[in-house]
Design a protein around this ligand. Structure first.
Ligand SMILES: [Zn+2]
Length: 374
């Protein structure tokens, strides 16, 4: 993004900016605001520093204010402690960078202790905001009145910010049916239409850590999905397919793309059998992307127990429902769109207020005969 225009001091005199008086720094405070940003946004951030300092605020940022010879963590911890507020410059690169997330996590930690307000400034429109920041209200850098809005917040004493749109840290709002970060296949860039996406089997992504706490279950679930690429994709690479085609092996009659997507959806169903206890379901609508949704299936599971109590295994019925329908259900939840009327069946209020619960979805799909392998 373009750096902010330099404000002439005479302009500042005539604008509202000069009416805002920075809060008095207390004995243990050295700065009004600590800036956390990605180095790729350095020039924009520097232009912001000029504006803020021009308005009389003391600003702390690491390029200038960190003490040489101390670790980054020591520096960061001290600077945040000495600042009244923490400003996050949210760009796609900020979110991607672990270093910045670490900073964000640490300010959250401080927040818990001291209720230090965080002020997120949204630099790009398409930023996928980390879950533990998504409850905060942003100030958009592209807004015409951005500087005034920001100065107003920074010049408001912390004690007066309680209950305002920029709030001190609160636990992230996670609710049933909330779409979480979508996962993108590691091989997305080289993914052929007949190939299956492969996903990282390393630790749970940072943005999901507050939700998915069991690393080993998550890894096992991803390994199930990755097996599709290993066991179901025939004739890789391309030249083998061309040879097979020339040799007249009519495997071309299979619609590979659909078949592989179906195999991935079944694998995601299997993975969901593991994941549902973590209150997370996955859904696969394309081979290169997996949606994740936060959802508790406890009530729906009890409904299965009631419905199938006469039969030996309601547990088995629930498991089969997960295998066949959980991927499609998750995609509908993530997109907030269902292929049928979303009113719960008569006499039932459903188990997902304002949405379609899993047992309602399963009964609708069974009525339509839409099993995954048909
Ligand atoms: Zn239900």
């Amino acid at each position: 993004m373009e750096p902010l225009p330099v404000t002439d001091s005479s302009d500042a005199q005539s604008s509202n900016m000069c009416k805002l008086i920075p809060p008095t720094l207390r004995e243990n405070e050295s700065y009004h605001v600590f800036l956390s940003y990605s180095s790729t946004d350095y020039s924009w951030t520097l232009s912001l520093v000029d504006v803020l300092e021009g308005a009389g605020l003391s600003v702390c940022y690491h390029e200038r204010d960190f003490t040489p010879g101390r670790t980054i963590l020591e520096n960061m911890s001290e600077c945040i402690t000495q600042s009244q507020k923490v400003l996050l410059v949210l760009s796609a690169e900020f979110v991607r960078s672990r270093w910045c997330l670490l900073e964000a996590n640490m300010s959250l930690f401080r927040d818990c202790l001291e209720r230090k307000p965080m002020v997120p400034v949204l630099l790009d429109q398409d930023v996928c905001v980390p879950l533990h920041l998504c409850h905060l209200t942003y100030i958009e850098a592209r807004h015409p009145d951005f500087i005034n809005k920001l100065l107003h917040v920074l010049c408001t004493p912390n004690s007066d910010l309680r209950g305002s749109s920029v709030v001190p840290y609160q636990p992230p709002s996670v609710y049933n049916g909330k779409a979480l970060l979508p996962l993108t296949a590691a091989n997305e860039d080289s993914l052929n239409s007949w190939d299956a996406g492969v996903y990282s089997e390393m630790d749970v992504p940072d943005q999901l850590r507050l939700i998915v706490r069991d690393q080993s279950t998550y890894r096992a679930a991803m390994a199930i999905i990755n097996q599709v690429s290993q066991t179901q994709v025939w004739l890789r690479p391309l030249w083998k397919r061309v040879v097979a085609y020339i040799a007249g092996l009519c495997f071309w009659k299979y619609d590979d793309r659909r078949r592989i997507l179906l195999e991935m959806q079944k694998a995601v169903g299997k993975a969901n059998v593991l994941m549902f206890a973590q209150k997370v379901l996955m859904g696969c609508r394309s081979t290169s992307k997996i949606y994740l949704v936060y959802i508790s299936l406890d009530s729906c599971r009890q409904e299965f127990e009631k419905q199938f109590s006469a039969q030996t295994s309601s547990e088995d019925m629930f498991r089969r429902a997960l295998l066949y329908f959980s991927s499609g259900y998750t995609c509908c939840l993530a997109k907030k769109h269902f292929p049928f009327t979303t009113a719960p069946p008569s006499g039932s209020s459903g188990h997902l207020p304002g949405g379609v619960c899993f047992c309602h979805y399963v009964s609708q799909m069974l009525e339509r005969g839409q099993w995954l392998d048909q």
